[in-house]
Design a protein around this ligand. Structure first.
Ligand code: HEC
Ligand code: HEC
Length: 212
């Protein structure tokens, strides 16, 4: 397939001028998103199901608005910037590499239309019954079925790897996520993590696994 650029057809005589003025920015959209996604495959996998060893979550089928927002947070250093967050830093360098205007939206659009991959439960910890009680506080934002609520910027929790959910709850509690002064939506999540000790986090994650 020919690379699509912002260049327009022009007469041969104008070629030199056109090349000089040519806008080489790739045209945004699904085709560009698919091409950019090639750079995500080493960690998130060809089907977007993630990779536990690398700490990379399942992203296939996440809403476009959430993917875009997170890529922006990584790039702005609101996420993946704490010196101890070695796993988050891996992702941050990737978000920084999305140089072309429109690439963030294009890759988010592409990932959002991929078929969701529900990773198998990996953790052998937590009591789902006990977690059901704490989950009552989560439904205000993530919805009763844990599928997320866009107007509150709250992402789906169902269909996500248990080890990843637990890791993120710990990051919020440790202040590695949701503490940057400009990270308004992260700040709405963080207080919820502060209410949970390790056992309560494991329990609520075990409960979320029963929702899928
Ligand atoms: C070098 C490995 C690596 C590559 C390459 C990579 N990621 Fe990630 N990604 C991660 C890791 C690790 C995390 C989890 C970060 C954390 O724990 O905060 C992550 C998290 C994310 C999240 C947040 C998901 C959520 O539920 O909050 C999104 C969205 C994402 N990546 C999209 C992408 C896209 C799009 C690309 C390609 C442009 C990409 N990633 C490339 C490793 C990678
Ligand atoms: C006041 C609203 C609110 C409540 C209540 C809330 N959350 Fe959240 N949660 C959010 C928002 C907003 C985000 C996205 C933050 C961001 O953009 O970084 C989020 C993100 C998360 C994430 C990260 C998901 C990912 O893909 O990286 C997890 C895990 C999570 N919440 C779990 C919970 C659990 C468990 C509860 C209940 C104990 C809960 N939340 C209660 C608003 C809330």
């Amino acid at each position: 397939m020919m690379a699509r650029t912002g260049c327009r057809r022009a007469g041969l005589g104008l070629l030199v001028l056109v090349v000089a003025a040519c806008d080489m920015t790739p045209e945004p959209g699904l085709a560009r998103g698919k091409a950019v996604y090639g750079t995500c495959v080493p960690c998130h996998g060809a089907t977007g199901g993630g990779n536990e060893e690398l700490g990379a979550p399942s992203i296939a089928g996440l809403p476009q608005w959430y993917i875009e927002a997170q890529l922006e947070k990584f790039e702005n250093g609101w996420r993946g910037a704490h010196p101890l967050d070695t796993v988050g830093i891996r992702m941050r360098s990737m978000a920084n590499a999305l140089d072309n205007p429109g690439d963030r939206a294009s890759v988010a659009e592409y990932v959002a239309q991929m078929a969701p991959v529900n990773p198998e439960p990996m953790l052998q910890v937590g009591n789902a019954q006990a977690g059901a009680t704490s989950f009552q506080t989560c439904i205000a934002c993530h919805g009763p079925d844990g599928t997320g609520v866009e107007v509150l910027n709250a992402p789906p929790l169902v269909g996500q790897a248990d080890w990843y959910l637990l890791a993120q709850l710990r990051k919020f509690r440790a202040g590695w996520r949701g503490t940057h002064p400009q990270d308004v939506s992260g700040a709405t999540m963080r207080p919820n993590s502060l209410l949970l000790d390790d056992a309560a986090m494991e329990n609520v994650v075990a409960y979320i696994q029963t929702l899928q």
